[in-house]
Ligand binder design. Structure first.
Ligand code: NAD
Ligand code: ZN
Ligand code: ZN
Length: 346
């Protein structure tokens, strides 16, 4: 079968021909119907060899949708032919966090060598993929897999980040979204649906700001040297109640801290360069502002998102690619020219 794999440190991913997998005990085989391309893929492919821990060759793709075509020994409760999306942050299933469905925070995954598809385990950028357990599948019924697959990360990650701060978003408050790409454009829609807050989006050019307005931002502001001043002109002296940074480099973290209000949440989702950081302390950050960096989301949150999708809440912007032109999707992602999410349709 065809796949897109990262094979050589520092090189572009490539289209390869690999053996079709078959499900072992407890596993499920999906015929992939759609797979999303995430900026985190670009991040790991830019890591130097001594920091790269995901194995080579790596079949990419941690956002996956597919149809169940075969199940391994002992698998029950999921029918052949079911259309599903894949919950990506696989955990052990039995630790305290996993027992709550928060497998993204599994305390034993690294000790047990459990890795997400596309980030250690073979991912969704292939004609078929193995899912390690049926509990990592969420049926999507008649939803379009291409428009739905971004919800597994570009939706789930902002959903988790926003839900934990919803109590701070009241009428008259402001939520700031920095970076309106794959994750950011879903974050804007979630904020509009879940809260009464005014949503202010930041990105680097007019086209992206126009896109942010189209998906629901009340205001869109250039992410430049005057950004703090320009956002503060909108929020007034109160500042923002929630800032979501989907970039995570020093300039955006500085903007995030600069627009944050007293007792706000500053939530750094973007991976940036792994060096950038927020300054927290008296005189350096607003009183009681809480800075956090969450990872992905829980199984129950993905189920909730699929329910919201059935209600027609989302207008996910997707640019389609085939496996053959999937490498181009990564070039466009790196160049910052995608509108929403790139989705590969095998
Ligand atoms: P993307 O490339 O689709 O979107 C990034 C957006 O940020 C683009 O619109 C880009 O123009 C904009 N941007 C770049 N520099 C900017 C700046 N200085 N100011 C404002 N906007 C700027 O990326 P994505 O797939 O949405 O991922 C976003 C980030 O989130 C990445 O760093 C990714 O690795 C990370 N991520 C984290 C998690 C997690 O669990 N924490 C999960 C998924 C992705
Ligand atoms: Zn991702
Ligand atoms: Zn666990």
């Amino acid at each position: 079968m065809k796949a897109i794999q990262y094979t050589t440190i520092g090189a572009e991913p490539e289209v390869t021909e690999i053996e079709k997998p078959s499900p072992g005990p407890g596993e499920v085989l999906l015929k992939v119907t759609a797979a999303g391309v995430c900026h985190s893929d670009d991040f790991i492919m830019n890591l130097p060899e001594d920091q790269y821990v995901y194995g080579l060759p790596l079949t990419l793709g941690h956002e996956g949708a597919g149809t169940v075509v075969e199940v391994g020994a002992g698998v029950s409760g999921i029918d052949i032919g079911t259309n599903v999306v894949v919950y990506g942050p696989w955990g052990c299933g039995t630790c305290w966090h996993c027992s709550r469905g928060e497998e993204n925070y599994c305390s034993r995954a690294s000790e047990l060598g459990i890795t997400p598809p596309g980030l250690g385990s073979p991912g969704a950028l292939a004609e078929y993929m193995i899912v390690d357990s049926p509990r990592h599948l969420v049926p999507i019924g008649d939803l379009d897999p291409v428009a739905t697959v971004p919800l597994t990360d570009a939706g789930l990650t902002p959903y988790h980040a926003i839900k934990r701060s919803l109590h701070k978003l009241r009428g008259g408050s402001t939520a700031v979204v920095i970076g309106t790409g794959g994750l950011g454009h879903v974050a804007i829609q979630l904020l509009r649906h879940l809260s009464p807050a005014r949503v202010v989006a930041l990105d680097v050019n007019d086209e992206k700001l126009q896109f942010a307005r189209e998906v629901g931002a009340h205001e869109a502001v250039l992410s430049d040297k005057s950004a703090v001043e320009n956002v503060r002109a909108i929020t007034g002296s109160e500042g923002a109640a929630l800032v979501l940074d989907f970039v995570g480099y020093q300039p955006t973290i500085d903007i995030a801290m600069g627009v944050a209000g007293v007792a706000s949440d500053v939530t750094i989702v973007g991976i940036g360069d792994f060096i950038a950081h927020a300054k927290v302390g008296f005189g350096q950050s607003p009183y009681e502002a809480a800075v956090t960096s969450p990872y992905w989301g829980s199984r129950s949150e993905l189920i909730e998102l699929i329910d919201l999708a059935h209600q027609g809440v989302f207008d996910i912007a997707v640019e389609r690619f085939t496996l053959d032109d999937g490498v181009e999707a990564y070039r466009r992602l790196a160049a910052g020219t995608l509108r929403g999410r790139a989705v590969i349709v095998p």
